[in-house]
Ligand binder design. Sequence first.
Ligand SMILES: C[S@@+](CC[C@H](N)C(=O)[O-])C[C@H]1O[C@@H](n2cnc3c(N)ncnc32)[C@H](O)[C@@H]1O
Length: 438
Amino acid sequence: MAERLADPALVEAAVEIKLGNGESCDTCLAVPLGGRRVAGEITVTGWSQALIVLLALEGKQGFPDLRDGSYSSAIDAPRTIRWGLRTHAEGPRQRARMWGYHDAGVQAYVAEQTRDDPRIPVTPLPALPAAPSVARIYDLLLGRRGDSYMADRAFLRSLAPADAEALSTAAVVNRTHLPAVVSHLTALGIDQFLDLGSGLPAATDFRPSDNPLHAPLHAIVARHRDTARVVYADHDRTLFGFSRAVLSEHPMKPQCVQGDIRYMRRFLTSGRVQHLLDWSRPIAVLVHDVLPWIGTDTIVKRLLAVLREQLPPGSAVSITHAADLGENRMSRFTKAFRAAGIAYKPRDHAFVEALFGGWPLESPGLVPTNRWHPGHPHAALAPHEAGALAGLAFKPEPIAGETKSAVVRPGVASSTQSSAESDHGQALTAARHRQHPS
Ligand SMILES: C[S@@+](CC[C@H](N)C(=O)[O-])C[C@H]1O[C@@H](n2cnc3c(N)ncnc32)[C@H](O)[C@@H]1O
């Protein structure tokens, strides 16, 4: 096992499980998640062995989402206990990458799995999750069907066709806003991107000839700066499984972090987020269509305040946020989402503007998303069809001993502005001394 894993140190943290009694009992090794390992499984001979495995691993660190993936099979039939991400991984190559094998390990596993040997169990697909997820619904709205589950499709089918269409238009307008923001930011010298509530990092095998709507952030950034750092973050751990394995093969090595931005301070000061970004230089944070999915206003205000406080001067925050802009109010969807167990709260102009904490907004200010850039492919739509507001602002540099702050957009001459931010916090000061990872 150690020879196969990209991170053999994981074997030390593995749990050895005895399947039976006495000398003749079988043992198996359960390896926790870590490094590139994003999922795991053990196949046993029946329900009683499955129970032993479940009891041995339940609640242990490194074995999230522990489940018996074969609940419908006979009690004495082989069963597979899984942990980690509920992601499609049909081919042995994909599975081996999720198991965290290095290249030679992948080859060995593929050879084993494709050999005509009935003793080697073929891993069935993971069980389908019952609840719809925002990220996968959003993907469906963008026309990407690959990662959706029945529950996500059922949610959209439950809406009136005109409503599903309206949500889809809003999603497309939101997504097609991204290239203009990236182009603006990279032109000003930004080379670090943190995408909060990233959703699926999009078609991980994206090719330039594919639908531009499906371009992942790192592919868009690469058009301008192919050495930039891109970090995807989302609280939905089911998103990153297979993506993480594929992204590791991209030359820019985009990174995925699982984290809940409602706990922004904990998230930003976590070792991984601190390590992946250089906190002594400006960072662009994309907060696109994630805040409406956090239902409590005070939490949204607080998380943005922490983000503004922690970012180095010259950093940028780009927000898109669902809003009622005239007829066809987006808030009419709140009830339907709530019924599906999903919080959804469009907010008004004053609320979203306040999230920038007084940082000066880039032209044209906080406007309907499709009007932020004249080149937006859907600029001709009415604002209510965009159903969201977009704005971008840079963090000013505080001037020591003064209440004024200078605007320091990277690569642009400074001017002087008043700032709502005066205290950067000690975490940032400490973080500034960190080195960018190689
Ligand atoms: C509509 S998608 C937006 C995807 C992407 N930002 C875009 O604009 O194309 C919203 C994403 O926010 C994520 N999300 C919702 N609440 C979150 C939270 N508290 N912390 C982190 N991510 C969250 C969801 O899992 C989902 O992937």
